[in-house]
Design a protein around this ligand. Structure first.
Ligand code: AHM
Ligand code: MG
Length: 335
């Protein structure tokens, strides 16, 4: 079959056998994430209408409380995963603590935990700019049959069994990996079906785009300042092009297709940068590496960092391998 006609549902079934512990549980989990993505997509798409539909007060026409979309997206993902009884725990950017999930008949038998940022870059919603959802999946490390603990969530990125994102852009795409490359599926809104539109996505080895919030320039470490100056210098294929949406998923997605580097360094304003290790950097790092790219904190491979806190922040440099290595070489001078 022409790969473009393959749906995400078909792809999940066809690839089930390639999972390390193929019991069908991970396939069901990815199916649930696919469903949640469609629900959130529906909400995001009518974002501009919320004020009109909801009127001036706190409630919409159905009498429901109007909610910020990131809170709503959080609820949709959690409900979808909870209802299908396929994970034993969830951690989310929107929740202070992790959630332990158990159903009467399952007695904590599920193996997987999901960590997610249900709606990343949500400040872009108000101005009709792309946002995304990010997810990361691990096998629990505590014994099946017991409630999950923090230990199940504080795993290094190399333990991930799946990771992905949904980008709500000019079209909606779900891009994910289970450790066998990266595949992208585009939603046909008329059918409500994701089709394999981007098989085997890979980062070009190098590129000409750098993505960083240059408004923070004066606060960046000297190595980062030097690298930015290098990107702007007229020599060879430089100066590079600066592109920064302020939506990690969108900046990552563009850079993976065109070749580029995304940076959120530490600064005098934020000693560990802004992005969260567990549900922003690790899943993007897994995707980047599966797509021949690279992700580091400037010095260390992101996926090997041992997490200490659920909402831990970490500096993030991610993209085409040669560009990340170049940035690292500038930072190494001041290590
Ligand atoms: P959020 O999780 O609060 O949405 O923050 C994460 C977002 C990223 O998507 C984006 O790359 C970054 O914050 C932008 O931050 P800044 O406005 O500081 O450049
Ligand atoms: Mg976020």
């Amino acid at each position: 079959m022409d790969s473009r006609f393959r749906t995400l549902g078909e792809f999940i079934i066809e690839n089930q056998a390639s999972f390390q512990y193929s019991s069908g549980e991970l396939s069901k989990l990815i199916n649930a994430l696919r469903l949640a993505a469609k629900v959130v997509n529906h909400e995001v798409n009518k974002a501009g209408l919320v004020d009109i539909i909801g009127g001036a007060g706190d409630t919409n026409v159905q009498g429901e409380d109007q909610q910020k979309l990131d809170v709503l997206a959080n609820e949709k993902f959690i409900h979808t995963l909870k209802n299908r009884e396929i994970v034993c725990g969830i951690a989310s950017e929107e929740e202070d603590d992790f959630i332990s999930i158990n159903s009467q008949d399952k007695n904590h038998q599920n193996k997987y935990v999901v960590l997610m940022d249900p709606l990343d870059g949500s400040s872009n919603i108000d101005v009709n700019v792309s946002v995304g959802s990010i997810f990361s999946v691990y096998r629990r490390v505590t014994p099946v049959g017991t409630p999950v603990t923090l230990e199940d969530f504080l795993q290094p990125g190399i333990n991930q069994v799946a990771a992905g994102y949904v980008i709500y852009g000019t079209s909606t795409m779900l891009v994910y990996t289970t450790g066998h490359g990266v595949n992208g599926f585009t939603l046909n809104p008329a059918m409500g079906t994701f089709y394999l539109s981007h098989p085997n996505m890979t980062y070009p080895e190098t590129g000409r785009i750098y993505s960083v919030n240059e408004g923070n320039y004066v606060h960046f470490p000297q190595g980062v300042k030097d690298y930015i100056k290098y990107c702007q210098m007229e020599e060879g294929d430089r100066p590079y092009t600066s592109r920064y949406i302020g939506s990690l998923v969108s900046d990552f997605h563009r850079n993976m297709i065109k070749g580029g580097i995304y940076m959120y360094p530490k600064s005098n304003l934020a000693s560990n940068g802004k992005l969260r290790l567990l549900y922003e950097c690790n899943p993007m790092a897994f995707l980047a590496e599966q797509a021949n790219g690279k992700a580091t904190d400037g010095y260390r491979r992101i996926m090997e960092i041992e997490p200490t806190e659920l909402h831990q922040r970490i500096p993030f440099f991610c993209g085409s391998s040669k560009m990340v290595e170049k940035a690292e070489s500038f930072m190494a001078k001041y290590a």
